[in-house]
Design a protein around this ligand. Structure first.
Ligand code: ZN
Length: 422
């Protein structure tokens, strides 16, 4: 049976090795798209983008106290852009409002959650609205208490309305809020220590840069960017597991959960800082085991500086937003990633076709072994005799002195062809 499981696993992994396919160019209408901070897709396959317009984050953007230095230069164009599934513009809003867009999240009601690292704030925009109905943090005021953020990076919202904020570039913590926006708890610190695995202790962060929820698994996972790993916690902040395959290299920028294939994470790593760094690319991981299932990339150019990843479950699409080039990529998931949700697909058929002959072989070997060791009884050529009513046993058996239990076995097998036991 172990052999069979191994073969099925191999067949599955082979099916996952296919790269994703590039198919798409987005049309942003009159909006000049800037560096892409955050991405998310709603139930209709509509892509929401939070971008930086003409603004860029450079070494002059903040002073030594993490205060933004260009307060009079908001993004002039609409910083939030919504595209239809076919890539054409649906709507846009948010001009002269935001400064350095970072994270964008859609919750179960379709509300749009934004983080702006220059403003040090978190915003909730009602579905189809333009202005926030909930604002957390204070404009241009960095801080580390329960009312302030310091360059918050991302939000994740539970179906209960409770939500988590990754905070962020300075504070190395994740904060949980109730559905009204009141502080519940926080976890995470910064650490310079390294465990025997070469990574800092679980629960410590070096830029918690992205969040994703696997609510069906009871997990909120964090892209622990500069530690080059993904950490997952329960909804009370208790550490569950971490993933850091060497292919991540120095940094993991963004993650997104998909229920496909029993639960997977899509991830993108950071750009190369020097030629020796690992290739910038996308990753698919099993959220249960942490196993790296596959890597993928944009044909020819490859990913340069990906900043966020989003998944359209219904249409089996993965989007990647980049800082440089200022681009959104649309990629089709390989069928192998979602096949298990809709009946038998190619990889499953491969598994079955491999498994059946192996099972038959094992059955034959077991039968031969049993026969060789005398565990099988040769079938009697005689028909079973009538039972003697007086004694409750077969009359012929009684006459010949055969053991009654042995005879019973022979009788039960009279419908099986003789040659099997030859
Ligand atoms: Zn970032």
């Amino acid at each position: 049976m172990i052999l069979v499981m191994m073969l099925v696993t191999i067949a599955t992994v082979i099916g996952l090795r296919h790269d994703l396919d590039l198919t798409f160019k987005a049309d942003f209408g009159d909006v000049r798209i800037g560096q892409v901070g955050g991405l998310a897709v709603n139930e209709f396959g509509e892509l929401h983008i939070f971008h930086r317009g003409e603004n860029v984050w450079n070494s002059f953007s903040f002073d030594a106290d993490n205060v933004y230095t260009l307060k009079y230069f908001p993004i002039e164009v609409d910083a939030v852009v919504v595209l239809y599934k076919n890539g054409t513009l649906k709507r846009s809003f948010g001009n002269y409002t935001y400064f350095l867009p970072h994270g964008l999240t859609l919750d179960f009601e379709g509300n749009i959650w934004l983080t702006d690292v220059a403003l040090h704030q978190v915003f909730r925009i009602p579905k189809d609205g333009r202005d926030p109905d909930l604002t957390l943090g204070y404009k241009f005021e960095p801080g580390s208490d329960t009312d302030h953020f310091c360059k918050p990076t991302d939000v994740a919202v539970l179906s209960t309305g409770e939500f988590f904020v990754a905070d962020g570039y300075c504070n190395s913590r994740v904060i949980k809020f109730d559905k009204y926006g009141y502080f519940v708890k926080q976890w995470g610190t910064k650490s310079v220590l390294r465990n025997s695995d070469g990574f800092p202790p679980p629960g410590t962060f070096n830029f918690p840069h992205g969040l994703t929820l696997a609510e069906d698994k009871g997990k909120v996972c964090v892209a622990d960017r500069e530690n080059g790993r993904i950490q997952c916690f329960d909804f009370d902040g208790h550490f569950l597991n971490q993933m850091h395959p060497k292919q991540f290299g120095r940094a993991v920028y963004a993650i997104e959960y998909s229920q496909s294939h029993g639960g997977i994470l899509f991830a993108v790593n950071g750009p190369k800082n020097n030629p020796q760094d690992v290739e910038t690319k996308g990753f698919t991981l099993d959220i249960n085991s942490g196993e790296l299932l596959s890597t993928w990339n944009i044909p020819e150019s490859g990913l340069m500086h990906p900043h966020d990843v989003a998944v359209d479950e219904n249409n089996h699409i993965v989007y990647v937003g980049e800082l440089n080039p200022r681009q959104v990529w649309k990629l089709n998931m390989p069928e192998t990633l979602y096949a298990s949700k809709s009946g038998l697909k190619r990889w499953e058929l491969i598994g079955i076709l491999v498994t059946i002959p192996v099972l038959v072989l094992i059955l034959i070997l077991v039968l031969l072994w049993l026969q060789h060791n005398g565990k099988l009884v040769r079938k009697s050529k005689k028909k079973p005799p009538p039972v003697a009513k007086d004694y409750g046993i077969d009359a012929e058996t009684a006459d010949t002195g055969l053991d009654i239990s042995q005879y019973s076995v022979t009788y039960s097998q009279t419908k099986v062809p003789d040659q099997i036991f030859v």
